[in-house]
Design a protein around this ligand. Structure first.
Ligand code: TRP
Length: 323
């Protein structure tokens, strides 16, 4: 997905009809402006996100990796031989390697991601480290219907959804997504899912606003991308990254704040910004362990295990359908 909308140039008259363009225009037309989070992950955005995962302030990735490491044996004990591992939003598949080493009897690994480059790189790396593993890279949105290769359709499925990506959905949508995954994983399905926990703001805020400004670049890259791919004229220096914790909603909110009164042209539309007005680009909901279990139950799952780190920063849940 290197182009948001293939045939578009700034002066192509039909371009505003493209589905992605329509979502973008609708978001910017609201009284509280928003942009869709699918804009984050172009090639550069995916690289910046990889860099975020290595930042000292961004505790989720390394904390979750350590939890998976410690839980892998237990997960393997619950996994029947010949199972298929399906990963939703696989990205670089780094954390998956920990599971794959603990699960030698898998019949296949199905990584699903919207980034072709991330899928290609991960598959090439896994082919070297796990030469006998069958990998079926699947380009697409993990929230859509999953069709597994015919040969695998009867195998038990283990879903893997790390990174607290579930936290990027509002609770009602998260619930829909979890029930959708339950359907896709079938009656003997299980899901191992990473969920970031509520915590002190002194730890939480820097994770979304690091000292080197990588997260700021990641957020601002959306505007760079709209300029390049849709002919917008955002002056990127006139916007700043801001991350705030919304206590009532229990979520980190990511915004791009307009540093002055200005207007921006996009696909023949003009959008006015007041000084200090923001575009809301992403949410990252934080749960307590009981809150997340409750959400999973509402979606038709049965919480079977939960693992956490010594500081209770992050949680890894194993959910089952049959029990
Ligand atoms: N799933 C990640 C999270 O919520 C995504 C993320 C991390 C992110 N840092 C970000 C999204 C900065 C937007 C901006 O932690």
């Amino acid at each position: 997905m290197s182009q948001i909308a293939e045939k578009q140039t700034p002066d192509a008259p039909g371009s505003a009809k493209d589905p992605a363009a329509r979502v973008i225009l609708a978001g910017l037309s609201q009284s509280r402006k928003t942009l869709p989070c699918f804009l984050f992950y172009d090639v550069h955005g995916s690289e910046l996100f990889e860099e975020i995962t290595r930042l000292p302030e961004y505790y989720p990735t390394r904390t979750e990796a350590a939890i998976i490491e410690a839980a892998a044996k237990d997960i393997a004990l619950h996994t029947p031989p010949g199972s298929v591992l399906v990963e939703f939003g696989s990205g670089s598949s780094r954390k998956t390697e920990i599971l794959l080493s603990a699960l030698p009897s898998l019949s296949a690994y199905v990584p699903i991601d919207v980034s072709r480059s991330a899928l290609d790189e991960a598959s090439a790396r896994l082919a070297v480290r796990f030469p006998s593993l069958r990998v079926f890279p699947t380009l697409g949105d993990f929230a859509e219907h999953l069709s597994l290769p015919q040969a695998l359709s009867k195998r038990p499925r283990l879903g893997f959804f790390p990174g607290s990506t579930i936290g990027n959905f509002a609770p009602a949508d998260a619930c829909d997504l979890l029930s959708h995954m339950a359907e896709n994983l079938g009656p003997s399905g299980r899901l191992v899912i990473g969920v970031d926990l509520r915590k002190d703001l002194s730890i939480l805020l820097p994770a979304y606003n690091d000292a080197d400004g990588v997260t700021a670049d990641f957020n601002l890259n959306i505007l760079v991308r709209l300029n390049r791919e849709m002919g917008a004229d955002f002056n990127v220096d006139d916007f700043a990254h801001r991350a705030v914790f919304n206590r009532e909603e229990s979520r980190i909110e990511m915004h791009l704040v307009s540093l002055k009164a200005q207007s921006v042209e996009l696909l023949g539309h003009s959008f006015a910004f007041a000084e200090g007005e923001s575009i809301h680009t992403e949410n990252s909901y934080k749960y307590s362990i009981p809150q997340f279990k409750e959400l999973a139950r509402r979606a038709g799952w049965f919480p079977r295990e939960v693992w956490t780190d010594p500081k209770s920063l992050f949680s890894l849940h194993e959910l089952t359908i049959a029990h």
